[in-house]
Design a protein around this ligand. Structure first.
Ligand code: AQP
Length: 332
């Protein structure tokens, strides 16, 4: 049976990109595979997080998981920092990964900005911790958005080098990124060439999971487009980033392909397509936002779910970490 693992950082309100690129896939996969989904609070502190808020941010991501349909009886849902084996394995992997590999990571370049020397060392080694998250459970499949593909390649490189250097062929699997589908790269509503992101200063660039129906409708109405009607073919659509993005969002929300959406709407202008997209988004996201608020009103229940998930994750991780330590020649 394939084992799936993924997570989301508790660093602010989730948006449509996180939902379609990650959460929807988790929910779908949980019934087909053994699924581990964590809240990445150790990753979150690579950039400053207010310690008074961090736990409630973790609960909010857990609430979003549950609201999107993750079932804690089926999937293991837990806070990353509750399973200390993540940090232990990350240290070993810090000694396997090469500086040259990390130097190539584009997300570090983007997130560290102009003053690289002021970024935390943790932000730099973030992909190594991510490799530990995945391989600690010997996960084979990692549902993520396109932006994480490079980090997954690094995880494979670390697994292969560990297996080779310690002469344990096949000990760690080489996990695969699951990035298929139209939701893998949702772009900003203001700029078809930038990804939808929590850190974009314009709230009109994204749809938040907590937005109400009015906000969703307004944001879609104001989304940047061109004056042409929707084309007949995918090639024509791909040449128009904003149009491509809105069709992709429709497809992902409706569980269809962009081709199927084009077949229905080709020839229509945005004056008629946008209201239909807005109706669909309100129908799909409205219930998620409402369910999230419901879960958030009972933090004790969320904590119970997260504690039970952490206990289960520790059980699975412990023997794998023990074997790794033995392979490395550690004392414990
Ligand atoms: N625009 C996106 N389209 C599709 N998937 C996306 N993901 C993020 N943005 C998009 C996926 O969401 C999951 C959670 O990602 P994260 O917790 O690492 O958050 P992030 O990537 O830092 O999210 P943001 O919004 O992009 O934050 P900033 O602004 O800080 O960069 C991952 O699977 C990711 O691929």
């Amino acid at each position: 049976l394939a084992r799936v693992l993924s997570g989301v950082q508790p660093t602010g309100a989730l948006h449509l990109g996180n939902y379609l690129g990650a959460l929807v896939k988790f929910t779908r996969l949980q019934h087909e595979t053994e699924t581990f989904i964590f809240v990445a609070d150790m990753h979150a502190i690579t950039q400053w997080q207010d310690p008074k808020l961090l736990k409630s941010q973790v609960r909010e991501i857990a609430a979003a998981y549950l609201a999107s349909g993750l079932d804690p009886k089926v999937a293991t849902i837990f806070p990353q920092s509750a399973v200390t084996a993540h940090a232990e394995l990350a240290w070993i992997f810090n000694c396997v990964a090469r500086l040259g590999w990390l130097d190539r990571m584009t997300q570090f370049k983007e997130k560290s900005g102009k003053h690289k020397e002021r970024a935390s060392v943790g932000l730099y080694t973030y992909p190594v911790l991510q490799a530990a998250d995945i391989l600690l459970y010997k996960a084979t499949q990692v549902p993520v958005g396109e932006d994480q593909r490079q980090h997954l390649e690094l995880t494979r490189d670390i697994a292969a080098k560990f297996n080779h250097d310690y002469e344990v062929p096949g000990f760690f699997p080489l996990p695969e990124a699951l990035t298929q589908g139209p939701g893998a790269r949702i772009m900003s509503l203001r700029d078809g060439s930038a990804k939808m992101s929590k850190s974009d200063p314009s709230d009109y660039s994204r749809i938040n999971l907590t937005d109400d129906a009015d906000a969703i409708v307004q944001k879609i109405k104001k989304a940047r487009t061109d004056p042409e009607p929707l084309p007949e073919t995918m090639d024509e659509l791909k040449a128009r980033p904003e149009a491509n993005n809105l069709v992709g969002i429709y497809a992902a929300l409706d569980g269809r392909t962009s081709e199927a959406v084009l077949a229905e709407f080709a020839g229509q202008g945005f004056g008629s397509f946008k209201p239909k997209l807005a109706d669909l988004a309100v129908a799909k996201l409205g219930s998620v936002g409402e369910a999230m608020r419901g879960y958030m009103s009972d933090p004790a229940e969320i904590d119970r779910i997260l504690d039970a998930g952490a206990a289960r994750a520790r059980e699975v991780a412990a023997p794998i970490l023990a074997e790794v330590k033995q392979i490395v020649g550690f004392w414990g």
